[in-house]
Design a binder for this molecule. Sequence first.
Ligand code: PSV
Ligand code: MN
Ligand code: MN
Length: 388
Amino acid sequence: MSILSPDTLAELEKQSIELPSWAFGNSGTRFKVFGTPGTPRDPYEKIADAAQVNAYTALAPSVALHIPWDLVDSFDDLRKHAEDHGVTLGTVNSNTFQDDDYKFGALTHEDPAIRRKAIDHHLACIDVMDATGSRDLKIWLAEGSNYPGQADLRGRQDRLQESLEKIYARLGDDQRLVLEYKFFEPAFYHTDVPDWGTSYAQVSALGDKAMVCLDTGHHAPGTNIEFIVMQLLRLGKLGSFDFNSRFYADDDLIVGAADPFQLFRILFEVIRGGGLNNPDVAFMLDQCHNVEDKIPGQIRSVLNVQEMTARALLVDRDALTAAQKSGDVLAANAVFMDAFYTDVRPALAQWRESRGLAADPMAAYAASGYQQRIAEERVGGVQAGWGA
Ligand code: PSV
Ligand code: MN
Ligand code: MN
């Protein structure tokens, strides 16, 4: 008998994790971007690659877009292309971090004309969402300052609110805005949306269709991220996750690679707070694959999330509650750790086979010949990259 109960399997079957289109393009550090044979040359090829991840895992039925990186002549056509590949187009990410005009801010800029330009970019993103059928607009802002005294912190916060109000007003009834925070980078002294509290304050002032996006790589070392997850779920404001892992800063490495236990703890709080398979809470990856192949990198990532979700679902909640109530510290911790240390991989492999999927999606993809095929076919043209 499987260690995964029918209830657990029913939850796992519903799980879906959105893939970022930019994970399929080339990316790197400020030192070097290494190209990979077969890298997509346009958004169509990125979506075809993302569909491979879903084909082998049944975990990734949607793809997030980044505008203008994924601009195409017809989003209607791109939507059909996605559907033909068995996926949908998901969150639309805006970009106000690659334009000279935004050197000193975009939505917070002192100059109303530059703020207007940045607001208009977001309205254009909502037009894209209308065409793609996307629900969420994700806003991450690279805004801040490098030196004490450089900027009027309070004025910027007020202007941010005003700008967000204008964007929010354009959202359709079924659309949402998620505001992502990040503690530093590219600004090093202050960032205008540095933490969940600021994002929460900003989105709460907007209304029900505005939520917080939590990127797991955007916290200072040692931050108790699962506590933030708990609090945002408790407040009804956790709109989405950007999953990745980090050793030092915003490393954008494969989720669960650096600290699987942290991923387990986060998913435990997601489950505890009713956030699993809850349409209000979007699970997304925000990763870059600088030195590994991108499609298997994404397959590994969604499998890591699935594995840690399965382990978190294994926590014996009754035993945990009893130990917590009786103040039995070590028993409570043991219940928690028992689940974390349970190897769910054989049970998941068996379950996959029972659903007509390959037991080992990594091996099945490697054996499929797709990687070799795209490497041969996609010669010529410019490979897409982070920022193109
Ligand atoms: C920059 O930090 C960033 O990694 C944010 O996490 C965004 O979500 C992502 O880029 C895409 O814009
Ligand atoms: Mn992110
Ligand atoms: Mn980031």
